[in-house]
Design a protein around this ligand. Structure first.
Ligand SMILES: C[S@@+](CC[C@H](N)C(=O)[O-])C[C@H]1O[C@@H](n2cnc3c(N)ncnc32)[C@H](O)[C@@H]1O
Length: 239
């Protein structure tokens, strides 16, 4: 499911304020991981960049950054926050920007939207094609089948500016997929409360499937466990 006009700005406000989520700290850590592997890295592409909350910090870390995102509504939220940054509307499975970057990120489990291992491999190969030799690939995966907590319920309520946002989700396993039902209730003083529901299907790839996709694309791969991510972080370097 795509983030649409109803949910893109709600997504943006919510995750920037959600307890435990810190885009600035994540971006600083990711930039440091890039530089440890490619000193002098100066360009970065953020794939599935959403509303641009990592890019807003990457612009201070790299000379040149770009974003790629499927949802036009997410890009519409990101655009005004990122003057001068190229934001491409495109699909991570088959994009081609005609240039290479020193680093490529794909964060917040967006890779989990790949429907099967074939799509995962094609997408990691696309990512690698967009990296310079020695370029660094950073992918925050979705849960593995071993680590996923079936029937997990999450809930948060917070106030951002003029509006109060409640998010409740329930995630259920169906074989090697998960389905997350998310209900948002959003209220402000003028319009009062409204409710939007969405459903996200994501794949439970194993560590071996992720690592195999990196290796098949010609990248090394290591799995890190930064404190800020439950599923961890896959880091590769293009040969
Ligand atoms: C959980 S959000 C993460 C957004 C952003 N990276 C962040 O950290 O806030 C997942 C994003 O992946 C995007 N997405 C899903 N499938 C995609 C695809 N095939 N190609 C590009 N973007 C995609 C969605 O539109 C959404 O913005």
């Amino acid at each position: 499911m795509l983030y649409g006009a109803d949910t893109a700005s709600v997504y943006h406000d919510f995750y920037r304020e959600r307890k435990g989520k810190d885009y600035a700290a994540e971006a600083a850590h990711l930039a440091a991981l890039v530089r440890e592997r490619k000193a002098g890295a100066s360009s970065l592409l953020d794939v599935a960049c959403g509303s641009g909350s990592h890019l807003e910090h990457f612009v201070h870390e790299f000379d040149h950054v770009e974003g790629l995102e499927l949802s036009a509504d997410m890009i519409a939220v990101a655009g005004p926050l990122l003057p001068g940054v190229a934001l491409h509307q495109g699909d991570m499975r088959d994009f081609s920007l005609g240039r290479r970057f020193d680093a490529l990120t794909c964060m917040y489990s967006s890779i989990g939207y790949m429907a099967d291992e074939d799509a995962l491999r094609r997408t990691i190969a696309r990512f690698t094609e967009h990296l310079e030799p020695g370029g660094v690939l950073l992918v925050e995966p979705w849960w593995t089948p071993d680590e996923f907590l079936d029937r997990h319920v999450a809930g948060d309520v917070l106030t951002v500016g003029e509006r109060t946002i409640a998010r409740v989700s329930h995630t259920v396993r169906h074989g090697d997929k998960t389905r997350m039902e998310v209900h948002w209730t959003v209220a402000d003083a003028v319009d009062g409360p409204r409710h939007v529901a969405e459903s996200h299907q994501m794949s439970l790839f194993t560590s071996a499937q992720y690592e195999g996709a990196f290796e098949a694309a010609g990248c090394t791969v290591e799995r890190l466990r930064p404190s800020w991510s439950g599923p961890g972080l896959l880091v590769g370097v293009r040969a």
